[in-house]
Design a protein around this ligand. Sequence first.
Ligand code: HEC
Length: 204
Amino acid sequence: MKRAAWTSVALVTLLAGCRGQPSEKSPVHLIEDMDFQPKYQAMEASSFFADGRSMRPLVAGTIAQGMLEEDDAYFRGKNGDSFVSKAPIEVTEGVLHRGQERFDIFCAPCHDRSGSGRGMAVRRGFPPPIDLSSERGLTMPDGEIFQVISNGVRNMPSYRSQIPVDDRWAIVAWVRVLQRSQHGSLEDVPEQHKKSIESESGAK
Ligand code: HEC
């Protein structure tokens, strides 16, 4: 058993040396052989290309498959030069839950969970943002809020690299919920709850 093992080690070592190097007579480019393939090693110089590099840069404007992002409304919140007024996604209950969760993680530190702008970072000295339910917040089209999340604005940093596109739209939808909660009327309350609210607030 032991001897067999040693023999195979010896054989492998011996045979490994059996391939000769390509000679003048058999130039490397002519050998159709996997041992001697014509190839460049990483960073190797090339005499073929004018700039001497064998590692070629991508042709200008190259875009990987599936990365074209040509849907302006979805990826930039824009329709031509103007912002889309409504998010180009279907707003379902699931989307709103996702939006709330993401808002509380990414936006609440400054904007607080209600969007009024008194988040923990602000209470510790960060420049205060606008109240998202203010006139300014209410009149921003969905696409503009999406754009602010994507690119930041003045004192607010960009969240493009941290929040995927889908989640940015979910957050926009949640901002609309927060606004509605600040500007709702009795008409927004489901029928079965109206009575208790009326009696609590003494409203008619
Ligand atoms: C680090 C703190 C911070 C975080 C986190 C933050 N913001 Fe802001 N936001 C600000 C500040 C500060 C402003 C005011 C910017 C200014 O005018 O200088 C602002 C402004 C805004 C505005 C109004 C922009 C305008 O043009 O008037 C919107 C909308 C907004 N934020 C949405 C969001 C959303 C949604 C999130 C979460 C994805 C978020 N922000 C996260 C600090 C923050």
